[in-house]
Design a protein. Structure first.
Length: 277
């Protein structure tokens, strides 16, 4: 014992007695890495000062915080939750991209343009109501009373329009947006009009079609050409900013082509949908 004390290294029984625990508990603390042994000539021994310091730190962490294993478990759980959240956000982003590509969502600029057009038209219609109403009742009321009704109704409509807010814009702001969008649309018309002319030089008849109907129309044109019927085709590549006389020579020669409407025939007469037209 004297040699052990002089060297500062002690057997497990001494450490267990010093800590007030069993030998088995000291061995568990050693296996968990809380305290450690040093190999000496007499075998594995515990260095007194470092062992006490590490054991005191272990007790302090346990009393005021969490043990190392508990902290590691908590960190692993946080990491797992973060990975799950990342995968969920990636999945949501992929879903949104897929839905946008499929056309489920509309571009916000298009929505703003549609709202602008609607409210400009609605404003013009609403402001025309008082004068139209005055014309309807002019033969049934006193002219002074009609003018008073028209004035009151006009003021009420203006008050209602001023309180109308859509997408954070008043009707006046929406009208400004509409002017801006119209300028953008005009720029698209000048620079982005794309179309295809097929056999239009000698055509007596012209098919105008877009998208999948254009493929059907092109086949019909080819069949008609085989029969000696001079049919041509004008195929716009998009329905926004369609070609007009400023872009397309076929459009400039529009008076050459007569307009026909193909109607179906059933039992010698029109089908119900055609009869309703």
């Amino acid at each position: 014992m004297a040699e052990e004390q002089q060297g500062g290294f002690y057997r497990v029984e001494v450490i267990a007695s010093l800590f007030g625990v069993t030998v088995r508990r000291v061995q568990q603390l050693t296996q968990e890495g809380i305290i450690s042994t040093t190999k000496t000539k007499e075998g594995n021994r515990y260095e007194l000062a470092p062992t006490i310091q590490r054991y005191v730190k272990y007790l302090s962490d346990k009393a005021y915080g969490k043990s190392k294993s508990e902290k590691e478990a908590e960190l692993r759980e946080q990491k797992l939750q973060a990975e799950i959240a990342l995968k969920e956000s990636q999945g949501e982003m992929h879903r949104l991209k897929t839905e946008i590509a499929s056309g489920k969502y509309i571009d916000i600029e298009e929505v703003k343009m549609d709202y602008s057009r609607f409210f400009v038209s609605f404003k013009k219609f609403a402001l025309s109501l008082p004068s139209r109403l005055s014309g309807r009742i002019s033969g049934h009321c006193d002219p002074m009373e009609i003018r008073s009704i028209e004035k009151d109704l006009n003021a009420e409509i203006i008050r209602l329009l001023n309180s109308f807010v859509v997408a954070g814009c008043t009707p006046e702001e929406m009208e400004k947006n509409n002017i801006r969008f119209q300028a953008k649309y005009k720029q698209i018309e000048e620079n982005e009009v794309r179309f295809e002319e097929i056999h239009c030089d000698d055509a007596d008849y012209l098919i105008v079609a877009f998208g999948s109907m254009a493929r059907i129309g092109q086949k019909a044109m080819e069949l008609a050409r085989e029969e000696g019927i001079k049919v041509g085709m004008l195929r716009p590549h998009h329905v926004v900013a369609v070609p007009d006389q400023s872009h397309c020579r076929v459009c400039r020669q529009g008076e050459r082509y007569a307009r026909y409407r193909i109607e179906c025939r059933t039992d010698g007469g029109r089908c119900p949908p055609c009869r309703e037209r």
